[in-house]
Design a protein around this ligand. Structure first.
Ligand SMILES: C[S@@+](CC[C@H](N)C(=O)[O-])C[C@H]1O[C@@H](n2cnc3c(N)ncnc32)[C@H](O)[C@@H]1O
Length: 222
């Protein structure tokens, strides 16, 4: 039984994820670069669906003035994050994004690969909670698995991802498991739907940060 909603147990997640999500490290790099250019001083940063805490670890390698709050509904993932951030003055909460109870506390909220498990209404609830957690002018950055705009293009993109998985050491069974999760365990939406949702949740400015394969990053200003 897996200890979180990702495809891999918390004990192997870090080793596996780089072979399963194309350009995984790039997501964090793009976020760090974006935030750097917002020139925020001593920002309060909430990372929801923090997993093993990799984003916070990488940010803190780059700068030490960030005050982190990390949330994840998986206790085991959160334990890994605490280990990775041992000695760091950060707060940890065992909460899903839908359970976030923060109001106007953060300059930055990030959700990396953590909302695609949700159905439409739950996803909206999760994004609204992120919106409420932000201060005015704060930034929300979400990376997500996405659907292509038509079934035809989605099939081609899936085939491309299957080839990536094969090239990165996944066997046929694992590739099949990954593909079958779409529509059963993960519910990706299109880039257009993401943009619409972010606007509906109240963000005044919504843009694409990065995209490749079946993932995209979005940034939105409150
Ligand atoms: C694919 S991992 C991503 C972890 C991390 N953000 C990263 O960049 O590696 C997905 C994470 O989302 C968490 N998660 C699942 N459902 C969630 C929800 N409703 N709200 C927030 N996080 C969720 C899982 O427990 C898991 O840690």
């Amino acid at each position: 039984m897996n200890d979180n909603k990702a495809a891999y147990n918390s004990t192997i997640y870090d080793d596996k994820v780089i072979h399963v999500l194309p350009y995984y490290r790039e997501y964090h790099g793009q976020i760090i670069d974006l935030v750097k250019n917002m020139k925020l001083k001593e920002p309060d940063w909430l990372d929801t669906g923090c997993g093993t805490g990799t984003l916070a670890r990488r940010v803190l390698e780059d700068r030490s003035d960030v005050k982190f709050t990390l949330c994840d509904p998986s206790e085991k993932m959160l334990e890994k994050a605490k280990e990775k951030l041992a000695g760091v003055d950060a707060r940890f909460f065992n909460l899903s994004s839908q359970q976030l109870m923060f109001a106007s506390e953060f300059d930055i909220v990030t959700a990396v690969q953590s909302h695609h498990y949700l159905q439409r209404e739950e996803r909206k609830d999760a994004v609204l909670k992120c919106y409420h957690a932000l201060r005015e002018n704060g930034v929300f950055v979400a990376f997500e698995n996405i659907r292509m705009s038509t079934d035809e293009s989605d099939a081609i993109a899936l085939s491309r991802w299957a080839q990536f998985l094969k090239d990165h050491g996944c066997d046929e069974e694992e590739i099949e498991m990954q593909i079958e999760r779409r529509g059963t365990e993960v519910f990706p939406i299109t880039i257009e739907e993401h943009i619409k949702l972010l606007r509906e949740c109240g963000f005044r400015s919504v843009d694409i940060l990065w995209t490749s394969y079946l993932q995209a990053g979005f940034w939105a200003l409150k």
